[in-house]
Write a protein that binds this ligand. Sequence first.
Ligand code: ATP
Length: 358
Amino acid sequence: MAYLTLKNINKIYPNGFHAVHDFNMEAERGEFIVFVGPSGCGKSTTLRMIAGLEDISKGEFLIDGELANNWAPREREVAMVFQSYALYPNMTVYDNLAFGLNLQGVDEDVIEERVQKTAKILGLTDYLDRMPRALSGGQRQRVAVGRSIIRKVGIFLMDEPLSNLDAKQRVTMRSEITQIHRETGATTIYVTHDQTEAMTMADRIVVMKDGYVQQVGTPKEVYFNPANMFVAGFIGEPPMNFIRRRVEKGCIHVGSHCIDLSKKLGERIAEYEGKDIVFGFRPEAVVLGGQADAYTVSGMVELTEMLGDNANVYVDVDSDKAILKVTPHEIPAMDSEVVFSIPVESVYLFDAETEQVI
Ligand code: ATP
C-alpha cells in the first residue's frame, strides 16, 4: 500500500474559488515527488492540505492507509520548509537547530548528537557558533532545512525553498537537498515552478495547471511521453516547438515542404483529415540538413544565441517561430535559410482542439 494517498482532493476557498480539482496521487515511502506548474496552479494549496495547514474541501487524504483528513499537523509527522525561512536572529546556528527538540523536551545529549549529525550532513559543522546574520543566504537556507530534518519525520514538505537564492546557490542546494533526501529516507514533496528543479530532483513529477493535474510521471516519462501540449511546452528548456496546420490528403504543408503524417500515424491520420493538428518537436531533436526517416523543414534565421557548449537558433518557419539547438560549430548566419530535419520518432502530434497527444 502507498504511504501517502490523495484521492480526488479538492480545495474550494471560503470565497468560493476552486483552487484544486480532483487531485489524485500516491507516494511510496521514501519517494521524492515534485509538484511543478506556473504560478497560481494550486501547488502550495495542495502541499498545505497535506501539511494540515489548510482544510481539504472534498476527497480523501490517507497516511499509511489511514484517513488523515482531520489529523492535526503534529499528528501527521510532517516537517515543512517554506520559501521565506525564518531563523531566530538572536540564537546561534546550534540553538536554531536545537530549538524544536528543546521544546519537545528531548535529552541534551540526544540533542547534541542530532545537531552534530545534521550539521555534518549540511556542511554546517564549522558554523554552529555563528549567528544567522554572519551566514550567507545559502548557509541560512541550509540551517532552515536542518531545522526540519533534525526532527525525525516521515514526510518532508518543501515550498519553493530555493527561490531566495542566487542561480549558483540554487544549483548547489539542489544536489544537497537530493543528497539529504537520500540520507534521511523521508518521503519528500517539493513544490516549484522551475521545471529544471523538477527534472533534476524528482523521482516523480506532478505537473499542474489551473488547479488540475496534467500528468504524473518520472522525469523521463513527462519529457519523452508528454500527455498534452501544456506538459510538452512546460517541461524542457527551451520549450518544445509547435506548428499548427490543417491536414490535407494526409499531409501538412510547412512552407514548400509537404509533411506526410502517415509516416508517423499510419492509417489513423484519416481521422484528422480536414482538421487542425499541432506538429511538435524539441529544439534538441533537430538535425541540420536533410535526413532519411525524418521530416525536413526550412526556416529563416532571425537570431542566434551562443551558450558555450551549444547554441539556440531562432527561426521563422513559414510564419511560425521555432528554436533549434545546435552545436557551436553549426551556428548558421543571421538572415540565412536553414534546412533542418526532425527524426520521425522525435515528432509529437497533438489534437489541436483537445491539445492531447495523438
Ligand atoms: P505560486 O507558485 O504563485 O505560489 P501556486 O501554484 O502555489 O502558486 P496556490 O498558492 O496554491 O498556487 O494558489 C492557487 C490559487 O488559489 C491561486 O489562484 C490563488 O490566488 C488562490 N488562493 C490561494 N489562497 C487563497 C485564499 N486564501 N483564498 C482564495 N483564493 C486563494
